[in-house]
Design a protein around this ligand. Structure first.
Ligand SMILES: [Zn+2]
Length: 142
């Protein structure tokens, strides 16, 4: 077997992905996004409604509308809320053994409220993470 018989091995492109805007640091991108600010400049609004991402930052013009977080924010939110709520539920059950209706009356509204409150900051932080990682939607342009 000669070297010409073996197929060329694929190597990933390790060059830093290009972004149409300056990439924020990890912490600042997450923090700015979690506060609902543009992850790039920290000044403009990242959201146009409760969860709708603004087409572009009003301050720096970063095309935030191109960032497609898709299902990542709900996934991260469910993961976070589950880790915040399940241990107290188990602890209360172990210590007091309340009836099931009381569990449902207390924990279900708490889960709904926590999920609603955390979804927007988590989505913003996801946008910040995407900006940091260079996942800008450039490859989605037609
Ligand atoms: Zn901006």
């Amino acid at each position: 077997m000669t070297s010409s018989d073996t197929p060329a091995t694929w190597a990933p492109d390790r060059a830093a992905p290009s972004a149409p805007w300056p990439r924020p640091g990890l912490r600042e991108g997450l923090w700015r996004g979690a506060r609902g600010r543009c992850p790039v400049c920290g000044e403009g609004q990242a959201f146009r409604g409760f969860l709708r991402v603004a087409e572009a930052c009003g301050h720096c013009g970063a095309p935030l509308g191109r960032l497609r977080a898709d299902d990542a924010p709900p996934y991260f939110t469910i993961f976070l809320v589950g880790h915040l709520v399940v241990p107290p539920i188990l602890m209360v059950e172990r210590l007091y053994t309340p009836p099931m209706w009381l569990h449902m009356a207390v924990w279900l509204p708490m889960i709904a409220v926590l999920t609603t409150l955390l979804l927007r900051p988590v989505k913003g932080a996801t946008l910040g993470l995407m900006c940091r990682l260079g996942i800008t939607g450039e490859d989605q342009k037609a």
